[in-house]
Structures are given as C-alpha cells and as structure tokens.
Design a protein around this ligand. Structure first.
Ligand SMILES: [Fe+2]
Length: 131
C-alpha cells in the first residue's frame, strides 16, 4: 500500500513501473530462498530495515513541518484516494497524515519482525492473522 500510494502521487512512466516490478521480482525471489535457508535471519533483517524506515519517515515529518522546508506543501496536499480508503482516513486528510500512518505501519512491522526473529523453536507465533 505504501508503494501504491507513492505511485498514485508520482504517476511514473511505464519504464519506471516495469523497473519497480522487476526489482520486486528479484527481491521476492532472493528473499524467498533466504527465508527457506534462515527465517530468523530474514525476520531480524526486516526488523532492522523497518527501524530505518521509521527513522526515514520521522525525518520526512520533520521536513514537512519546517515552515520553509522542501516538503512543507505536504502539510496541506490532499492524501491520495487509495491511502484514504486503505487507512480509513478522514476525507480531508493530508500527505502529512499519510506519512504518519505509514510510519505507524513500519513501527508495527518492526515489532512483529523482531518478535518473530526472537522466537525459540518451541514457541508459537504470538500474532493472529491480521495482527
Ligand atoms: Fe514495512
């Protein structure tokens, strides 16, 4: 959903979209094999990746909130429809609200992935589907 929101904002060229699909195909394939070899490592890796994402979105929010910053227009720019539907946001939500929702997602992904990476073999997944 993060990628779909970004795509709706930028409306990139067909070449760019194909490059994104290609990169995702390569990553999913390599990550899938890595997961078969060492799932704990993959969850830890994603946990750290998500931590970096939280920092990045925090920096983005700081840039949005700067009165003369390069991203100040996101204080008032309307959120894309796809974001409003997915996160069940108010119709007058802004891009700043979208970044807050995305950062909350990333923080949740961080906790889930570090939790799964820390599970012992005799422990069960503590998360139910959708949690
Ligand atoms: Fe994430």
């Amino acid at each position: 959903m993060h990628l779909l929101t970004a795509l709706q904002l930028k409306e990139p060229s067909l070449l760019f979209r194909l490059a994104v699909i290609g990169a995702q195909g390569v990553f999913v394939t390599l990550f899938g094999f890595s997961y078969i070899i060492n799932a704990k490592f993959c969850h830890r890796f994603v946990g750290y990746l998500e931590e970096e994402a939280v920092k990045t979105y925090t920096k983005c929010l700081e840039d949005i909130d700067k009165p003369d910053g390069p991203m100040k227009h996101w204080q008032t720019q309307a959120a894309p429809d796809v974001a409003i539907r997915y996160w069940k946001m108010k119709p007058d939500s802004t891009m700043r609200d979208v970044i807050l929702a995305i950062r909350a997602d990333e923080a949740h992904h961080r906790i889930v992935n570090h939790s799964l990476a820390s599970l012992r073999k005799d422990e069960f997944n503590p998360y139910k589907p959708g949690q």
